[in-house]
Write a protein that binds this ligand. Structure first.
Ligand SMILES: Nc1ncnc2c1ncn2[C@@H]1O[C@H](COP(=O)(O)OP(=O)(O)O)[C@@H](O)[C@H]1O
Ligand SMILES: [Mg+2]
Length: 316
């Protein structure tokens, strides 16, 4: 569907998360792409001017490109909806469920997806029970290697792959610098892929899977500094596996009740099993981000794609 008059859009970018810079870059890129197809866009930070600005502007649509806490946990989305404005993307409640990695993993595994075995442990528990005892139980139960990550967060901040029990305490400390709760999960060896799902008018639609190959960890530096990571868009997967990863991303999007846009991070192991890691309701949209690469692989121009997503959100 295309609307004739140009909608007025407010893009939210910035915020006070660890991913503020990434968000500002995402916001600029999306705004530029939308302006290139004639959409009236303004970019706004999340600060004390935001509510009065939204009240005054009364935009047709608000597109939150905030990564990290207030943007992805649903709270800014709650405020936008309370102002009676429309959102592009997941609603506040669905965002909050997706934002918690352990809760999202529980929801998608009930919907039939595979996700690495895991436990969720708050920092306070380590103090109460003694870190040594808890870590021993974790290794005995889940084995090694393990991935330690903040139960909520993004951009691989505070994420560590642990292969030796000696490295566990430091990994926990690094994790608790970003979140008061750790997700401890079995490490999966395989091909890492990200599948972006967008709504361009006919419900959820998957863009081509993008494969991520890094020489070391796929960490913050590898993500945002060109050169350290090689991307293959579309991913070098057999047709069957490609269908499976797309199916998994669409199933996760639906099971979590998401709308408009999401990106699911997955690993395919040697046996062809697709493992759900997490889903992002505000995926990165910078020049090196995965969704724009997937769009390009699909032969879509970003301006046209984002305009279709805006129109789809407005017609919902
Ligand atoms: N269970 C796992 N097994 C292997 N690698 C993992 C696992 N979990 C995370 N990773 C690696 O860490 C990165 C960040 O983890 P992810 O769960 O996607 O969190 P973030 O929100 O920080 O992107 C992934 O892109 C992947 O490279
Ligand atoms: Mg991820």
């Amino acid at each position: 569907m295309t609307t004739t008059s140009s909608p007025r859009i407010v893009v939210l970018a910035g915020g006070l998360s660890h991913e503020r810079d990434v968000s500002l870059r995402s916001g600029r890129r999306v705004a530029d792409a939308l302006r290139s197809v004639g959409v009236d866009v303004s970019v706004h930070d999340v600060d004390s001017d935001l509510v009065p600005a939204l009240v005054q502007l009364q935009p047709d649509l608000v597109w939150p490109l905030l990564h990290g806490t207030s943007g992805e946990d649903g709270s800014v989305r709650d405020v936008v909806q309370m102002l009676g404005l429309r959102l592009l993307g997941a609603g506040p409640r669905e965002s909050r469920v997706a934002w918690s990695k352990p809760i999202a993993k529980t929801v998608v595994s009930r919907a039939g997806l595979s996700t690495p075995d895991f436990v969720t442990l708050p920092q306070s528990l380590f103090r109460e029970l003694g870190a040594r005892h808890v870590l021993d139980v974790i290794v005995a139960r889940l084995g090694l290697p393990l991935v330690i990550k903040p139960s909520r967060g993004g951009s691989a901040l505070g994420v560590t792959l642990v292969t030796s029990p000696d490295d566990l305490p430091q990994a926990m400390v690094d994790c608790f610098a970003y979140s008061d709760t750790a997700l401890v999960e079995t490490a999966v060896v395989g091909t890492e892929v990200a599948v972006s799902v967008v709504d361009i008018g006919d419900g959820p639609f998957a863009l081509p899977p993008v494969e991520i190959v890094t020489d070391g960890p796929y960490d913050y530096d590898a993500r945002y500094n060109p050169g350290r990571t090689e991307y293959f868009a579309p991913a070098r997967l057999s047709q069957d596996v490609s269908r499976s990863v797309i199916g998994a991303a669409l199933a996760a999007h639906r099971a979590l009740g998401l709308e408009g846009i999401s990106r699911t991070d997955l690993i395919v192991d040697e046996a062809g099993t697709v493992w759900f890691l997490e889903v992002n309701v505000a995926p990165g949209m910078t020049e090196t981000s995965l969704l724009p690469q997937a769009a390009e692989a699909a032969g879509l121009s970003l301006g046209a794609l984002y305009r279709s997503m805006v129109d789809a959100a407005l017609s919902r």
